[in-house]
Design a protein around this ligand. Structure first.
Ligand code: ARG
Ligand code: ZN
Length: 881
């Protein structure tokens, strides 16, 4: 028996070192004998050798117990192979050789949830795999890299009573009974795929099904699988899947390509979901939905993630990535496609607001701190640490800029050519830009700089009006600050969508470069500084810049409060209207500590009071307008961060708004918005609930007792989770007298619903300020808490450290110490989750000195511990630099 582990410290892997694989695999035959504790996998690989290279055969294999190995039918002597440091070297292989191995793995002992593992209790749970990025090497020996595409035939065998359902990717190709109560099932995937898209699932699962016919006439059976007690909550996801499939046919001309499409829900999953070919696996959080246990946000997230994984079938699976540095090739593009889909299904401006908020809350801080990396990183130690907001969300923004540049038809021509050229192959970002460009006879290479350069560009805008010449000169300059490893920054092509408004809020026609155009135009800033002269401008205009958030930059423009109020009242671009409000709120925030415009707070409140009375504004947009930027966004604008102060100041800002709106008006509006006894999911009903929640939160700032009483009643009478959780959240965050009772009730009500219980932990982890830590420490020893379940760990520890700045960043540093202890414990179980949670320390260098010192000491202590995983040590090492 041989077991080989990788050494913990490794040198980085670099993009510049990429080499084609010396050995590839044409076909893979896997025979898997499944059992909870030990599973045996026999693999037959038909090998192809690159004639241009003369390297011996080397395969990846992690934690495998090697039982047998033979080459071309001949068992190998100990001298002919070596399994050490997670690689298997074999001598004597040649082009066309067949390597057969048999290995044993231990699913029930796998707490890292990578490779083959058990979901749920050993008596009732089921087995499943997770292979992206490098999980396949935990199942068998293989050149485990995305540019090795092979055809898979998978035969599963298991005890029929314990594992009635056997699934693998591809089309079903027979099943039957075996002796002694066992059975088998075979799956053949006709499409060559990289190993990270392999999957199998085995256990007691229920299903719901639907027949689907693709636009090009293929009959497909869509099947959702889950454990029996939640199968009724899969219907919404099945509907969403059908909508996604239709949408991709229409928007991108992409049809599904197998006879079956299976989706499986698990409560034990490291990420959101996984696009395995023909067998998607979902974190239950992103698949199950019903009104009693899911909020409106969660319904939207289910729809979005179902679409995201489905869209990967073309952007990721049919065309995959050459290497993991190209991750954004599939992720950025697929996030963008999902955003387009969600915008089409729901409200486009609201979706844009949601996405930009997410970018600012997660990606901007990443780009501004020690973890900054380009959308296409140049090096990594642990690839799982690079499934980041930068690769996903900023990556999507880059695709959006490209799509904007080409226009709808041009972008479609470009993606058509991309799919034609690269179908069945592993591609690069360069390939993608070349296909988009070639289809449109445009050189898009300048955009490559966006993929290579980290940091958020600052776009400074200054306008000057010359009344005598009726000219408005807009000077746009860009600057990107240095990031780790990138001291020098180049100017990037920044598309700026702009419009001008007169003092009455009317849009002005734009005369630029002699041509008359519409009222909106895109200019591209690709130098450090550029001037754009607009002619025939009748009066001093107010510019609306970066409309729809046309580039992922920070806009710096010295607007007066009056100008922002004008845009907030009149901008027809829903996103920019909201954005004007956000900028005005930021000025108001500054004015509270005596910086900037003293009139800003009043201007913000007045402008929102007008919006509050404006029946033309949609309820959901109004709810967003009434919400100032979050604490993380405010912190991002400061050079010395005191999270407690930011929290207090943001509360004060909201209190002033609530006062301006008035308790009576808030109460009246709340009563008007009260909803019926059944949950409707249409946009208007969701918008009502969103506004109702916001109004109640504001009311609590001016008439606390009344708001709490209303919240307690809302909790009791709520028809669904959105209203119920909104009420509970308010009472818990405010530490209202009613909080204990609703928490106890919620706990009883949802005792058997882990996703709902996650919310119970999450809401308590988000209690601001001093009391948070004691809460979290107590919850950590609650019998329902476990570090072994990623959703549960994220609910409590993730929310505490990443979504509760004033609670986590205590001046006494106890928040850091408690969290670091938890990380070390978690790291021994699940390094991916530990590393992900540890990114909460990002930004510690910009904390005020007392907290900075405390965080530093804790981080150094953590870094000095023995036996940290590669995942966690890379994050801690980078955060400390
Ligand atoms: N490809 C999956 C998705 O975006 C996510 C996989 C994340 N994998 C990981 N090891 N972090 O849909
Ligand atoms: Zn994805």
């Amino acid at each position: 028996m041989t077991l080989a582990n990788a050494p913990a410290s490794v040198s980085p892997i670099r993009l510049s070192d990429y080499r084609r694989p010396a050995w590839t695999v044409d076909t893979v035959e896997l025979d898997v004998d499944l059992e909870i504790d030990t599973t045996e996998i026999t693999s037959r690989l038909s090998l192809r050798r690159d004639p241009a290279q003369s390297l011996p055969l080397r395969l990846d294999g992690e934690n495998l117990e090697l039982l047998a190995i033979s080459l071309d039918g001949r068992p190998l002597d100990a001298a002919d192979y070596r399994y050490e440091n997670s690689v298997l070297d074999v001598v004597g292989a040649h082009d066309g050789s067949m390597l057969e191995t048999r290995v044993r793995v231990r699913p029930s002992a796998n707490t890292a949830l990578e490779g083959l593992y058990l979901s749920g209790p050993r008596e009732t749970g089921f087995l499943l795999t997770q292979c992206e990025a490098e999980g396949f090497r935990h199942i068998t020996f293989f050149p485990d890299r995305p540019d090795v595409l092979a055809r898979y035939t998978v035969t599963l065998r298991a005890e029929q009573a314990r594992f009635p359902v056997l699934l693998a990717g591809g089309n079903p190709d027979g099943a039957g009974e075996l002796a002694d109560g066992r059975h088998w099932a075979r799956f053949v995937d006709p499409y060559p795929k990289p190993s990270y898209l392999f999957a199998l699932v085995a256990g007691r699962l229920e299903s719901i099904r639907r027949d689907y016919v693709t636009a090009d006439g293929r009959k497909v059976e869509l099947v959702m699988w889950s454990e029996a007690n939640v199968i009724d909550r899969c219907h919404y996801a099945l509907d969403a899947l059908e909508r996604s499939m239709r949408w991709d046919e229409r928007a991108y001309g992409r049809n599904y390509d197998l006879d079956v499409f299976h989706v499986v829900a698990t409560h034990d999953f490291n990420m959101g979901a996984m696009e395995n070919k023909g067998l998607n696996v979902f974190n239950a959080k992103y698949l199950l939905a019903d009104p009693d246990s899911s909020t409106d946000e969660e319904y939207r997230a289910v729809e979005a993630v179902v679409a995201h994984e489905y869209f990967h079938n073309w952007t990721g699976n049919r065309v995959t990535c050459r290497d993991w540095f190209q991750l954004s090739l599939k992720e950025g593009l697929t996030v963008f496609r999902e955003q387009q889909f969600s915008a089409d299904m729901n409200s486009a401006p609201l979706k844009r607001i949601e996405d930009v908020s997410l970018l600012r809350r997660t990606q901007f801080p990443e780009d501004a701190g020690p973890l900054a990396h380009p959308v296409r990183p140049a090096e990594y130690r642990e690839i799982n640490n690079f499934y980041t907001a930068t690769v996903y969300e900023k990556g999507s923004e880059l695709v959006r800029m490209l799509a904007g540049h080409l226009g709808q038809d041009g972008f479609r021509r470009g993606t058509d050519l991309y799919f034609d050229r690269h179908d069945g192959h592993a591609a690069t970002i360069e390939d993608f830009l070349a296909a988009l460009g070639d289809a449109n006879h445009i050189d898009l290479k300048p955009y490559l700089a966006w993929y290579a350069q980290s940091g958020t560009p600052r776009l400074h805008a200054r306008g000057e009006y010359d009344a005598a010449r009726r000219e408005y000169t807009l000077t746009l300059s860009q600057l990107t600050r240095a990031t780790p490893g990138q001291p020098e920054k180049l100017p990037l092509p920044i598309p700026v969508k702009l419009a001008l408004f007169d003092q009455h809020g009317r849009m002005l026609p734009l005369h630029l470069d002699g041509q008359t155009v519409e009222t909106e135009k895109v200019v591209v800033v690709d130098k450090a500084s550029q001037r754009f002269v607009l002619r025939d401008v009748p009066s001093h205009p107010v510019p609306s810049l970066l409309r729809g958030f046309s580039a992922p930059v920070v806009l710096e423009c010295d607007y007066t409060p009056t100008e922002l109020a004008l845009l907030l009242a009149h901008d027809a671009d829903g996103f920019n209207r909201w954005e004007a409000g956000q900028q005005l709120a930021a000025l108001a925030f500054d004015s509270l500590h005596g910086a900037g415009h003293s009139a800003a707070c009043k201007a913000w409140c007045d402008a929102l009071a007008a919006s509050f009375e404006n029946p033309a504004i949609d309820d959901a947009l109004l709810a967003d307008l009434l919400t100032p930027p979050g604490e993380i966004e405010f912190a991002d604008r400061q050079s010395e961060v005191d999270p407690a102060k930011i929290h207090a100041q943001r509360q004060e800002l909201q209190r002033r708004l609530a006062q301006r709106l008035g308790a009576n008006a808030l109460l009246d509006r709340y009563n008007m918005l009260s909803s019926g006894s059944e949950v409707q999911l249409d946009a208007a009903s969701q918008a009502k609930r969103r506004l109702k929640r916001r109004v109640l939160e504001l009311l609590a700032l001016v008439d606390t007792d009344q708001a709490h009483a209303l919240a307690a009643r809302q909790y009791e009478t709520a028809a669904g989770m959105t209203d119920r959780l909104a009420a509970l959240g308010l009472l818990v965050r405010d530490r209202a007298p009613q909080a204990a009772a609703v928490l106890a009730d919620f706990r009883r009500r949802y005792a058997d619903n882990p996703l709902a219980l996650d919310k119970w932990f999450a809401e308590q982890a988000k209690v601001p300020g001093e009391p948070a830590l004691a809460n979290v420490m107590q919850l950590e020893s609650d019998p329902a808490f476990t570090l072994k379940n990623p959703n549960r760990a994220r609910s409590l520890l993730g929310n505490f450290a990443s979504a509760n700045p004033s609670g986590f960043h205590r001046a006494d540093g106890l928040g850091y110490r408690f969290f670091a202890e938890q990380l070390a414990e978690l790291d021994a179980l699940n390094p991916q989750i530990a590393a992900r949670l540890a990114t909460a320390f990002n930004g510690w260098q910009r904390l005020e000195p007392v907290r900075r010192e405390a965080a530093h000491t804790t981080l150094q202590g953590l870094a000095g511990r023995e036996g940290l995983s590669r995942n966690l040590s890379e994050i801690i090492g980078n955060v400390l630099q």
